[in-house]
Every structure is written in structure tokens, then in C-alpha cells.
Design a protein. Structure first.
Lengths: 113, 115
């Protein structure tokens, strides 16, 4: 069955450093991979989408890479700030808008001042 | 604010009961998705509707059902509730245009507690 693995342990990063989160998947050939941010008790918020034929995508301090051979995505937050503290979810989809997203369980990121 | 609204925000009920959760998608969005989030299972896709028609089904129990109305709002009906149905239920919507439809915009959720 499809499986998405994200760091289950909380990730503690010092303010100003780069945070790197990992998403690995098995038994899946996604056309799209997305990253969402979720704060406690709130709905996920879309951050970045990368397609299977793209290697890297950037948006302001965020960068995502997608390696379909390794079946892995890396999500980077540069110059991290305490406000970046949240749970980050990796999500996969087959494309065509005709299915729901398959989410990992998320990585809890803590940026310490 | 994503533009997706959900009511009620909180719901407390008893085992065996039935509840209805309501969602209004972003203006212009035709797709509505329902997700369940529990501590042990994470965020799980339940069902998708597109312009009134069921389009995809995920891990939705037979006790659960949904529909999308002509004004595009959607309702998720949960019946014969069990303790294990206690969770956060999210609704999401996506744009109708190809290329934009992969990104989903989530509502604030309904927290259901079954006692």
C-alpha cells in the first residue's frame, strides 16, 4: 500500500539556520508533491507544489526538491524564524484533480530564538 | 483566511447519534474534499465531489455519507457514531482549471467529540 514517511520526531532548529524536512514515499508514482503548513487546531495551508518533471521549486525563503528516483522530497526553510514553528505536511497526488491528497503524518518544526 | 467555511466549529455528541457537518467552498471552486484527522491516523481523505457529483472516494466508512448541493456547498453526514469517530474533520476546495486544481484550500475544520 502507499506509504509516506516524514520525520516523526520534532525538529529543533536555531533561529536563522536552515531547516530541512524530509518526505519519503513508497508504492506510489505521484504526478504532484505538495507541502502544507498546519498550526495546532487549524486547517493545513498550502505552501508549495512541485511536479514530477521538476527537480526544484522556490518561493521566498522556501525551497522544495523532488527526486522521483529516490522517491524523496526535501523541504528547506532558510533564515528560519520562530514564526515558522508549525507542523509541515507532505502530500502526494496522481493528478487530474480526481483524487484526494495522500498526506504524511507531518514533521513538527520548532524554531528556537 | 482560505475562503473555505465550515460549521459548526465544535460538536459534542453521544455514541449512536448522527451529525451533519457543513462546508462552503471558495467562490468559484467546483471541487469539495472531505478529510478526517485523528492523532493516530493523520489526515485521511474521505471523499470528493465535483460540481454536485461524487468524483473520488477514499477511506470513507459506510456509516458516513456526503453530498454537494447546486449552490456547491457540501455536507458530510456521520451516523451511528462511535468513540473512534472523534476527530477533526476538514473540508477543502480546489480551483476548476486544469493546472490549478491540484492545490487544495482547507477550511478551519469541525472538531467532533463523541462521548
Amino acid at each position: 500500500s502507499q506509504k509516506i514517511e516524514q520525520n516523526s520526531e520534532a525538529l529543533n532548529i536555531q533561529e536563522g539556520k536552515t531547516a530541512t524536512l524530509t518526505c519519503n514515499y513508497t508504492n506510489y508514482s505521484p504526478a504532484y508533491l505538495q507541502w502544507y503548513r498546519q498550526d495546532p487546531g487549524r486547517g493545513p495551508v498550502f505552501l508549495l507544489l512541485i511536479r514530477e518533471n521538476e527537480k526544484e521549486k522556490r518561493k521566498e525563503r522556501l525551497k522544495v526538491t523532488f527526486d522521483t528516483t529516490l522517491k524523496q522530497s526535501l523541504f528547506h526553510i532558510t533564515a528560519s524564524q520562530p514564526a515558522d514553528s508549525a507542523t509541515y505536511l507532505c502530500a502526494l497526488s496522481s493528478g487530474g484533480g480526481a483524487d484526494g491528497l495522500t498526506f504524511g503524518k507531518g514533521t513538527h518544526l520548532i524554531i528556537q530564538p | 483566511d482560505s475562503g473555505v467555511t465550515q460549521t459548526p466549529k465544535h460538536l459534542i455528541t453521544a455514541t449512536g447519534q448522527r451529525v451533519t457537518l457543513r462546508c462552503s467552498p471558495r467562490s468559484g471552486d467546483l471541487s469539495v474534499y472531505w478529510y478526517q484527522q485523528s492523532l493516530d491516523q493523520g489526515l485521511q481523505f474521505l471523499i470528493q465531489y465535483y460540481n454536485g457529483e461524487e468524483r473520488a472516494k477514499g477511506n470513507i466508512l459506510e456509516r458516513f455519507s456526503a453530498q454537494q448541493f447546486p449552490d456547491l456547498h457540501s455536507e458530510l453526514n456521520l451516523s451511528s457514531l462511535e468513540l473512534g469517530d472523534s476527530a477533526l474533520y476538514f473540508c477543502a476546495s480546489s480551483a476548476p482549471l486544469a493546472g490549478d486544481q491540484e492545490t487544495q484550500y482547507f477550511g478551519p475544520g469541525t472538531r467532533l467529540l463523541v462521548l
